[in-house]
Design a protein around this ligand. Structure first.
Ligand SMILES: [Zn+2]
Length: 257
């Protein structure tokens, strides 16, 4: 056992519960007792708590019966522990057995709740990290464009269809590359935003812009060599898969200067 515990983990709770019920193996009980005497406040606290529960369950709380499914999983778990010995007092064996099961129910429930709490925290942090990494990589791509001499920026402004929309096209003119970021109303299902190169001759698709849950879209696009003089960039909402020609009203547009 660790010299002192700084928190009640699963092992501590199990040991404390079994110890409080006098159900630890002889050697384990001796070790744990020494550990308590060495002054582990966490374990002392756990034992005190479980002793209270054990007493209440054995003598004063006949109505406490662990739910069926918990009892089953507890028994399986107890069965897996070689250190658990038979309950020593036959006259009270049933009560103590229930108390043991109930204590394990508490331990299990507590463990599951703690585990779930930790899991959801980990998930939230992982999501945040993924978003931050992606954002950092996008900013890198924007910076890479802007480092080029002759880089230009096309500012996209929201149109009456979605006035709050906005975006920027970072244009590496010599490298023939567009890095586009935009904030748009999240696209309805079955629809997708599409970006267009606008020249005097044509409106040619520059690719799709997929919005995340916050309506952010990002894309890096190669500018075709055979394209005429680019006059503007425009974003429209199109059916899933995109269109050959823009069919919907324009959501955001910006002219080259
Ligand atoms: Zn301890």
């Amino acid at each position: 056992l660790a010299l002192k515990h700084d928190r009640a983990n699963d092992e501590v709770q199990e040991l404390a519960a079994l110890f409080a019920l006098g159900s630890l193996g002889e050697e384990e009980a001796r070790d744990f007792k020494r550990h308590l005497e060495d002054g582990c406040v966490v374990c002392q606290g756990e034992v005190a708590q479980f002793q209270k529960v054990a007493v209440a369950l054995s003598f004063g709380a006949p109505g406490v019966i662990p739910p069926e499914n918990l009892r089953d999983s507890l028994m399986t778990r107890i069965g897996r522990r070689p250190a658990v010995v038979a309950i020593p007092r036959p006259s009270r064996s049933i009560q103590v057995g229930w108390a043991l099961a109930a204590c394990f129910a508490l331990v299990s429930v507590a463990s599951i709740l703690m585990w779930r709490g930790a899991q959801s925290e980990v998930e939230i942090l992982q999501t945040r990290l993924a978003v931050a990494s992606e954002r950092a990589s996008q900013l890198d791509q924007v910076a890479a464009v802007l480092r080029n001499p002759g880089a230009r920026v096309i500012t996209l402004k929201g149109q009456p269809e979605a006035p709050a929309s906005q975006g920027s096209v970072y244009w590496d003119v010599n490298g023939r590359r567009w890095v586009v970021e935009a904030v748009l109303p999240p696209a309805p299902s079955g629809k997708v935003y599409q970006l267009w190169f606008v020249t005097p001759e044509e409106k040619r698709s520059a690719g799709l812009l997929r919005t995340d849950t916050e309506g952010r879209a990002f894309n890096a696009i190669q500018v075709p060599g055979d394209l005429g003089q680019i006059q503007a960039a425009a974003i429209t909402l199109e059916p899933e898969g995109g269109s050959a020609q823009p069919t919907m009203p324009i959501y955001a547009v910006g002219a080259t200067e």
